[in-house]
Design a protein. Structure first.
Length: 227
């Protein structure tokens, strides 16, 4: 696994010395040597690389990476250019259209969000090809929970968008009065109509950032030229 080299490195350094992380490191190394694993090894920590700790404004928590070829690249809900937009992300786009008037783009590449301070963090950072949840319970949850605890201790405004029962289970870790926690059902086709649609999270997040003197997020993902 390539090292995290920005300001997340110091914040997460204590985790590297823990027994669970040593076991995780060995397990992941073996998996990449012997199996097809997503995302590519140099993209495992993309969420941290693209959104330094000091720049985090919004946190969106996912569960596992996509497990089919070409999809996962280290950001929750995001897929690489040229890959079909997954159903949950399409519903996110539909909510953005209703809330903020964003058009639905032709791609699911969310790097623009990450570079503005949206930490797109999966709880588990790797997966075997075609086997959803195959790396759960191996230690990644300890590591990403540590990152969430670091964020909770920051003396500054941060918005958490917790969608679905798994992400909402993280709410018990979040008790910083300067930060905002928003919860809703998951945007998947199975649950989006139970309260994700109409949740108003993107508008409320931007209002909160503006109220605290921070630049709101430009949520519009642009079309990728097909020239």
């Amino acid at each position: 696994m390539p090292p995290i080299t920005n300001d997340w490195a110091d914040a997460l350094r204590p985790e590297y010395k823990k027994e669970y992380y040593k076991k995780l490191f060995d397990f992941i190394g073996s998996e990449y040597r012997n199996e097809v694993i997503y995302p590519p090894g140099d993209e495992i920590f993309n969420a941290f690389h693209l959104t330094p700790l000091s720049k985090v404004k919004v946190v969106i928590i996912g569960q596992d990476p996509y497990h089919e070829p070409g999809q996962a690249h280290g950001l929750s809900f995001s897929v690489k250019p040229g890959i079909d937009i997954p159903p949950s992300l399409l519903n996110i786009y539909k909510e953005l259209q209703d809330e903020l008037g964003c058009y639905i783009p032709d791609n699911g590449y969310l790097v623009k969000w990450a570079e503005q301070g949206v930490l797109l963090l999966n709880a588990v950072l790797t997966v075997r090809a075609h086997r959803a949840a195959s790396h759960r319970g191996r230690g990644w949850e300890n590591f990403t929970d540590a990152a969430i605890r670091v964020l909770n201790e920051m003396d500054r405004p941060i918005v958490y968008l917790l969608w679905g029962s798994f992400a909402r289970s993280k709410a018990s870790m979040l008790n910083n009065s300067k930060q905002l926690v928003l919860e809703a059902p998951h945007p998947s086709p199975l649950s989006a109509y139970r309260g994700f649609f109409g949740c108003g999270h993107f508008k409320r997040a931007n209002e909160f950032l503006s109220e605290n003197g921070l630049q709101p997020i430009d949520w519009q993902i642009e079309n990728i030229s097909r020239k």
